[in-house]
Write a protein that binds this ligand. Structure first.
Ligand code: GLU
Length: 417
């Protein structure tokens, strides 16, 4: 890292600083929001299949709980750092506020590579992580969920471990569980479906006919594969390219997103798909399409490629895919960016629905989940769009303004400042 280069969390603080400036936020509230409220660092011993114990490092961060218990996913990733988790926790605070759900922001992570671990090792790590953090979480304290490289099965093991430690049934401690264990219908594709509603609203605003739109999807995990499927099956968009960590594939006549997903399931990657040509991820991001959906990790659109992005709409299904320098270039080039914590809020919104259903022990059908999700996402999008038009700032700045003002109001009312 060069001297001038900021870390992800420093960039996150800078984004807050800009919003605080626009809002004329009281310095005390601003100072509190610049730092996480608390963070837990843990070492997790796991007996590996060869009998030798390995110690994994893990974190759980609470950024702010003025609007309700902390909420946010758990990532299992070899490159995880506390700096990244701090940013992701802060973005969860903004995400829950912009979606107007009664949660604050939290995030967790374990430094590990689940792609190189057996299911038994992953289960023991998942249970060990909960053993280490269980006093830090709870259905009215902090409610984890899936994120990068974690899934409903992992949530099931974690919920089971928490339940055993507490000695009572507690499905509401974690969301994104399998439906058979108190998960919500519609949680599986909720992140992408929420993003779909924001793309529909954007297209109305920009007067774009989505049935003729071409799309590139970067990242083909939960968010990426589902957005490709939904855009294609519901709106008739043509998915011309998709990519994952191993590379991309392109077919100008369009790809069948279900078949690509099947191929990835069989081979571990979207690359070498028969009905397409392989392309590099750099080339993939710069394709001339209507919609680009970065759906993988942070720092995908950077100063190095921002000026070459030709998409009219960038729908950020990932958290933090665009760096601040790239953001300015995109805004200058009139690329309409649907910022991450607005675009991908569908996941946590349906997590909230799951938590409500767990609390009431009464479960909704899928249509009800979809209708409520549509209402929440459309309202969140319109709130951010009108603030952006009113203040003549980009959508990310206006999303910060909306979120930060809501969190600040809760802090004032609680008498924290
Ligand atoms: N990990 C997802 C996110 O970043 C979902 C969080 C949740 O459902 O709590 O929004």
């Amino acid at each position: 890292m060069s001297k001038k280069e900021l870390t992800l969390f420093e960039n996150t603080q800078a984004q807050l600083d800009a919003a605080a400036n626009l809002l004329g936020l009281e310095p005390n509230i601003h100072a509190i929001l610049r730092e996480p409220m608390r963070e837990l660092h843990v070492s997790i011993p796991v007996r590996m299949d060869n009998g030798i114990a390995k110690i994994f490092k893990g974190f759980r961060v609470h950024h702010n709980n003025a609007r309700g218990p902390c909420k946010g996913g758990i990532r299992f990733h070899p490159d995880e750092t506390i700096d990244t988790i701090r940013s992701l926790a802060a973005w969860m605070t903004w995400k829950c506020a912009v979606a107007d759900i009664p949660f604050g922001g939290g995030k967790g992570g374990v430094i590990c590579n689940p792609k190189e671990m057996s299911p038994g090792e992953i289960e023991r790590l998942s249970r060990g992580y909960i053993d280490a953090i269980w006093e830090f979480i709870g259905p009215d304290k902090d409610i984890p969920a899936p994120d990068v490289y974690t899934n409903p099965q992992i949530m099931a093991w974690m919920m089971d471990e928490y339940t055993k430690l507490g000695g009572y049934s507690c499905p509401g401690v974690i969301t994104g569980k399998p439906v058979a264990l108190g998960g919500s219908l519609g949680r599986g594709d909720a992140t992408a479906r929420g993003g779909l509603f924001t793309i529909i609203e954007t297209a109305k605003h920009l007067n774009i006919d989505l049935s003729l739109a071409t799309v590139t999807v970067h990242g083909y995990g939960n968010a990426g594969s589902h957005i490709a499927i939904l855009l294609n099956s519901i709106l008739g968009c043509k998915i011309v390219a998709v990519g994952d960590s191993k590379g991309g594939i392109y077919n100008k006549r369009g790809l069948d997103p279900h078949k690509v997903l099947q191929h990835k399931g069989e081979t571990g990657s979207v690359t070498n798909f028969l009905q397409a040509e392989n392309i590099g991820n750099d080339e993939l991001l710069e394709l001339d399409v209507d919609i680009l959906c970065p759906s993988a990790l942070e720092n995908t659109i950077t100063q190095a490629n921002a000026s070459k992005i030709k998409a009219k709409i960038v729908a950020e299904l990932a958290n933090g895919p665009t760096t601040p320098e790239a953001d300015e270039v995109l805004f200058h080039n009139r690329v309409f960016v649907i910022p991450d914590f607005l675009c991908n809020a569908g996941g946590v919104i349906v997590s909230y629905f799951e938590w409500v259903q767990n609390t009431y022990n009464y479960y909704w059908d899928k249509d009800e989940v979809h209708q409520r999700l549509s209402k929440k996402m459309t309202k969140a999008f319109q709130d951010v769009l009108s603030e952006s038009l009113k203040r003549n700032v980009n959508m990310r700045q206006s999303a910060h303004v909306v979120a930060v003002s809501r969190v600040a109001e809760a802090m004032r009312l609680r008498g924290w400042v």
